[in-house]
Design a protein around this ligand. Structure first.
Ligand code: PXP
Length: 242
């Protein structure tokens, strides 16, 4: 089976928020990703609401035909916002205000008691739970023990290796962790920092069922779409002068 792609549209919302404007509309971006063949849409509802807003999640839930995954902190405030929005999936990530993007995976071993409680709570609302973790066997075992539905392996360390560094050991950690997670019955995802150059080695791990990719897709969309956007503006200007 080919690996599924979940498209993270946070950065479409980032572009909207820098102007407090109406566009670009993340819901339109999600529908385009869906019609292009994406298997899921992911958004991160951050505590500081720096990009995605509750309104976006509500509309996405209404219009999407593919599953919606909401990343958030496993905090009471986040739960109060996310549970009523009823996404198909919630992915718990560590979150600090200062970070530019998610840094590292959750420490599921340390947070086991709290996470077990919130996973149960979400299950009663028919929401499945994924945990964003580093590729470490003890984290995988604990994710299974506290009855998560899925784990998403942080590929950030692999993706951020400086040129010339051997990616072999980190890929081995990802492969071994993915194997264990699948054996324990967890759905296996991976993501963070993946792009056209580095995605193949992760997509080739047989147990990885889905990749969540955002920044590189939205960044590339700006470049491949720029020519057309300029042509459209030139046409609009020319029409006014005609
Ligand atoms: N998975 C998780 C848990 C994330 O927090 C992010 C970033 O929001 C991604 C995947 C996507 O990472 P990137 O934007 O680098 O593709």
């Amino acid at each position: 089976m080919t690996t599924h792609l979940g498209v993270n549209i946070d950065h479409v919302a980032t572009l909207r928020q820098v102007r407090s404007a109406r566009e670009p509309e993340p819901v339109a971006a999600a529908l385009l990703a869906q019609s292009a063949g994406a298997h899921g849409i992911t958004v991160h509802l951050r505590g500081d609401r720096r990009h995605i807003q509750e309104r976006d999640v509500r509309l996405l839930r209404e219009v999407l035909a593919i599953p919606l995954n909401v990343e958030c902190a496993a905090s009471p405030e986040a739960m109060k916002s996310v549970v009523p929005l009823k996404p198909n999936w919630v992915t718990f990530v560590p979150e600090t205000r200062e970070e530019l993007t998610t840094q590292g995976g959750l420490d599921v071993v340390f947070l086991q008691a709290h996470l077990r409680t919130v996973i149960r709570e979400l299950r009663t609302s028919d929401i499945r739970v994924s945990l964003f973790i580093d590729p470490q066997l003890e984290q995988v075992k604990m994710a299974s023990r506290i009855e998560a539905d899925a784990v998403e392996f942080n590929t950030g360390v692999y993706a951020d290796l400086p040129p010339g560094n051997d990616p072999g050991p980190e890929l081995d950690r990802l492969r071994e962790s993915a194997r264990l997670a699948a054996r324990l019955g967890l759905r296996v995802l991976a993501g963070h920092g993946l792009n056209l150059q580095n995605v193949a080695s992760v997509a080739a791990i047989p147990e990885v069922q889905e990749l969540n990719i955002g920044h590189s897709i939205v960044g590339r969309a700006v470049l491949v779409g720029l020519e057309r956007a300029v042509q459209e503006m030139l046409a609009a200007i020319a029409e006014a002068g005609a």
